[in-house]
Design a protein around this ligand. Structure first.
Ligand code: HEM
Length: 552
């Protein structure tokens, strides 16, 4: 009995001791792993090679991973500005053991953008994979080369010219929708998003039926929300891993958004397959000579990429097809490797890349015109000079060639507010930088920050000031080519750059001929959101007043 009592009174004490022991071993084990990880982190070849590149203060284990903690996208952009002030033009950030190097010197950007060495996108683009598959924006190697070669000609100048009446139709439609907002302050971005989705559907995607605006709006909103999620995953350690995001609400939300996005693009492809008639939509191009001259002029200015090559070399009579129709033909051609999945991947890529960028570009431009009334007046006077007494006439391709001041306004808007604020590539080999005695290790993620390059005081005097004259030919002539890269540059530059510039001119020309834009804000009030596509956290607010000659 006595023995029994002793045993029972000792049991809890033994159990407590063993559980404390377990905890101690666990803490000890985790401590040892942490020390080993910290040792490994600081002794990788990449860490040692890049140790000279300035970096903000690091924490053990997570490096600079804490910096984005609790920060929204607007705060992160401000934080990065501060980091560049503190550390200089080239900065290294560590997310655990992963090195990311940020570049803002045009000479360094040239190393990564010019030529075929560093064409591969960085690992952070993998979050786009379920959406874009192997689409042009994220694909690599032979697949990318093959697709780029087949897709670039679908943005040939003769195709773009044939799109102008459709650009006009949608520009007039959005100007008509604006009429209900006259006199009130409102956010124009939603309108521009719907319009740029509709434009892509009825041009590159060949949809015959006028899309339902609500569907385009739903798609545009889903794209913006999806980009938010992808951006969070790129920045925040906890969400980077598929194994951890599975347990969060973000995954559920992500699935719902993907459904909205993919059901829209699937329907576009199915409808086009049913109605496809290549003969009907082919553009016969007989006038390539003017394009040849333009491309040669561009060559002189150093503004050359494969889009210019296509315009320059394709002389003679050719039947050309817009993007989706061209892909349908390729799919049927036994000599070309092009599958159903290839079609879907490119449709998803171009529907995203082609609409959200131009929606941001046009919305920023309207805000800038609203703030800078003198600039808007000059834009309007240029329109009066082109359209004469008939300000309501439809804009033609020839008209757009005369809009040189509007073009400078668009360029200056994209300098201050580049819709794609950064590009990330993978270093394919060790690279010595021009900005200092720094070497980037092979395999490192390299972020090229056009947002910050475009605001360098040594390149643009008074860099925060909106000044379209920054794009007078005499000013651009002496500037480093890589000092202005809203569309990136080199072989992997934006395939839709000519499409975008033409569309922006037609859209803004139509709106400005109908309305005077104003704004109660100044540039200092902008809360920029450094998202995948640059946005304004506090809305693209403008006010409109109908011009006396307007017929909307
Ligand atoms: C203002 C409008 C636009 C801007 C500022 C812009 C900017 C860019 C930039 C910076 C890149 C390189 C991205 C990177 O390397 O991560 C890019 C790539 C691309 N853009 Fe655009 N873009 C615009 C409009 C368009 C349009 C209208 C289309 C199509 C209709 C388009 C299609 C593409 C595609 C397919 C790529 C991937 C090209 C490749 O990797 O070969 N973009 N764009």
């Amino acid at each position: 009995m006595e023995t029994l009592q002793r045993e029972s009174s000792q049991l809890p004490l033994g159990a407590a001791t063993s559980s404390a022991g377990t905890w101690l071993s666990l803490v000890f084990g985790v401590g040892v792993i942490a020390i080993l990880y910290e040792y490994y982190r600081r002794n990788t070849r990449a860490y040692k090679l890049m140790d000279t590149i300035p970096t903000p203060k690091q924490m053990p284990l997570i490096g600079n991973g804490h910096m984005a903690f609790g920060q929204n996208n607007h705060q992160i952009l401000k934080l990065m500005s501060q980091v560049f002030k503190d550390c200089g033009e080239t900065v290294r950030i560590l997310l655990g053991h992963m090195n990311v190097v940020f570049l803002t010197n045009p000479a360094d950007l040239e190393i990564f953008l010019n030529g075929y060495k560093h064409l591969e996108k960085s690992v952070e683009y993998r979050y786009f994979q379920p959406w874009f598959g192997n689409g042009l924006l994220i694909s690599k190697g032979h697949h990318w080369r093959h697709h780029r070669k087949m897709i670039a000609p679908t943005f040939h100048q003769s195709i773009l010219k044939s799109f102008v009446p459709t650009f006009v139709k949608h520009s007039k439609a959005v100007s008509g929708r604006f009429a209900s907002k006259v006199g009130q302050e409102f956010d124009c971005h939603k309108y521009m998003s719907e319009t740029t989705v509709d434009i892509l559907l009825t041009t590159a995607m060949g949809c015959k039926v006028q899309p339902e605006t609500e569907k385009s709006a739903e798609y545009a909103q889903a794209v913006m929300d999806m980009c938010d999620i992808i951006h969070i995953r790129q920045l925040k350690l906890f969400y980077r891993l598929d194994s951890t995001i599975r347990f969060t609400k973000l995954r559920e939300h992500d699935n719902k958004l993907m459904n909205v996005i993919l059901s829209m693009t699937r329907k576009v492809v199915e409808d086009r397959k049913k109605n496809f008639n290549a003969e009907e939509r082919g553009i016969v191009d007989r006038t390539a000579e003017d394009a040849k001259l333009k491309a040669k002029a561009a060559k002189k200015e150093g503004l050359r990429d494969d889009l210019d090559d296509i315009d320059e070399n394709d002389i003679g009579e050719k039947r050309r097809l817009a993007l989706l129709d061209a892909m349908m033909e390729m799919e049927k051609n036994p000599d070309i490797k092009w599958t159903d999945k290839d079609v879907m991947d490119e449709v998803n890529t171009i529907m995203f890349e082609g609409h959200d960028t131009t929606a941001a570009g046009s919305s920023f431009a309207l805000c800038m015109l609203g703030i800078h009334q003198d600039v808007q007046q000059r834009v309007f006077e240029e329109q009066q000079a082109i359209f004469g007494d008939d300000l309501n006439r439809d804009c033609t391709f020839a008209d757009t060639l005369q809009m040189s001041y509007l073009e400078r306004v668009i360029c200056e808007t994209q300098r201050l507010f580049p819709p794609v604020p950064l590009i990330a590539r993978k270093a394919e080999e060790d690279v010595n930088l021009k900005s200092g005695p720094y070497t980037i290790a092979k395999g490192t993620t390299v972020v090229l920050l056009q947002y910050f390059v475009h605001r360098r005081a040594d390149i643009y005097p008074d860099p925060e000031k909106f000044n379209p004259d920054n794009f007078l030919p005499e000013r651009t002539a002496n500037r480093h080519y890589y000092a202005y890269i809203p569309f990136s540059a080199g072989p992997r530059s934006c395939v839709g750059r000519k499409f975008a510039m033409l569309q922006l001119k037609v859209l803004l020309s139509t709106i400005i001929r109908n309305y005077r834009v104003s704004s109660t804000r100044t540039q200092k009030d902008f809360q920029l959101q450094g998202d995948i596509i640059l946005k304004m956290a506090n809305g693209f607010n403008i006010t409109l007043e109908k011009r006396p000659t307007a017929k909307v």
